[in-house]
Design a protein around this ligand. Structure first.
Ligand SMILES: NC(=O)c1ccc[n+]([C@@H]2O[C@H](COP(=O)([O-])OP(=O)(O)OC[C@H]3O[C@@H](n4cnc5c(N)ncnc54)[C@H](OP(=O)(O)O)[C@@H]3O)[C@@H](O)[C@H]2O)c1
Length: 301
């Protein structure tokens, strides 16, 4: 086991085994972060909606707890227990999240709401619960697994982009507010990562017969090609660990070639040039739409 306790300035300041609370550890990046954190000497509290999915992490030395990030009582319960048992939470990793994909017009409002409850309101509420303790102790880290989708926009992901943009803005404001209390906030921005996140892509089929069917099909094909070739969950997890352990953590960490290339381009190119590039990726966006009535039956009207 790699003993990182002596290697990182922050852990020396925090004591022998800082407590990290991680959400969404049933699979993917969250599970890999928990594995790395426990190996690095953190007291690692790995959480998931279904605790049965956490058995391997428990065997590896993690403390495991059930936590649905949209459940207020569960959020409060876990943080209160950690304060009681360990005296507080030194670091929070807001990783749990998913992509509600589909055209803006056709994604039902209740799914928009659930997307924001999971990707924004859950992380915000957890941060609010751990912050008083962090401020009182004069140290803490809040690392959010955001996305490249939190700084650039593509079609067929309005709800997901909206949620990650909201998370980015909220956490950047928090970063500005709490650094003087010794609390650091970071946003990790993966591009494509080869995880179960891609399981959402087949769900796009439900929109394939709608007004935006061609665009949806083009996006589904691109994602099906790109996600398996994306960064590994282990690499994404290593970047989260850097955000947890860097002496001077950055506000933003990009993960993967696409994030490193597309994010800067989307910022420096004039909007007209960037949008032309986006439209080039989706041939149906460049053709005038045929006259259409309301969206296809069976979506949400
Ligand atoms: N994969 C990518 O290409 C990619 C790119 C950019 C950003 N990200 C972000 O990376 C993070 C991790 O995703 P991943 O790629 O590792 O995908 P993943 O394997 O699907 O993991 C997502 C995790 O979030 C959990 N989760 C979803 N809703 C939850 C809720 N209400 N409460 C608690 N846990 C919940 C899932 O748990 P269940 O097992 O209970 O569903 C799962 O553990 C997400 O925030 C995602 O948006 C991923």
């Amino acid at each position: 086991m790699k003993d990182a306790r002596g290697s990182f300035g922050f852990t020396r300041a925090w004591g022998a085994s800082p407590v990290v609370l991680i959400t969404g550890c049933s699979s993917g990046i969250g599970r890999a972060v928990a594995q790395r954190a426990v190996s690095a000497g953190f007291t690692t509290v790995a959480t998931a909606r279904n605790p049965q999915t956490l058995r391997e992490l428990e065997a590896a030395g993690c403390v495991v707890r059930a936590l649905d990030v949209t459940d207020d009582a569960a959020r409060r319960g876990v943080v209160a227990e950690l304060e009681e048992t360990y005296g507080g939470v030194d670091a929070l990793v807001n990783n749990a999240g998913y992509g509600e994909l589909g055209p803006f017009e056709e994604v039902p409002p209740d799914r928009w709401e659930q997307q924001f409850r999971t990707n924004v309101f859950g992380p915000v509420a957890l941060a609010q619960l751990v912050l008083p303790g962090m401020r009182a102790r004069g140290h803490g880290r809040i690392v959010n697994v955001s996305s490249m989708a939190g700084e650039l926009v593509l079609p067929v992901g309005a709800a997901y982009h909206g949620s990650k943009f909201a998370l980015e803005a909220a956490m950047e404001a928090l970063w500005l507010e709490v650094r003087r209390f010794g609390v650091e906030v970071s946003l990790v921005q993966p591009g494509a990562v080869n995880s179960r996140w891609g399981d959402n892509v087949p769900a796009l089929k439900e929109y394939a017969s709608g007004v935006y069917g061609e665009l949806v099909t083009e996006m589904a094909e691109q994602m099906a090609k790109r996600l398996p070739r994306g960064a590994s969950v282990e690499y994404a997890a290593s970047v989260v660990l850097r955000a947890l352990t860097d002496r001077r953590p950055r506000l933003r960490y990009r993960v993967g070639v696409d994030a490193h290339v597309l994010l800067p381009l989307s910022r420096v190119l004039p909007a007209r040039v960037w949008t032309a590039w986006v439209r080039k990726q989706f041939p149906s966006m460049r053709r005038p739409a045929p006259a259409q009535g309301p969206v296809a039956d069976g979506i949400h009207r």
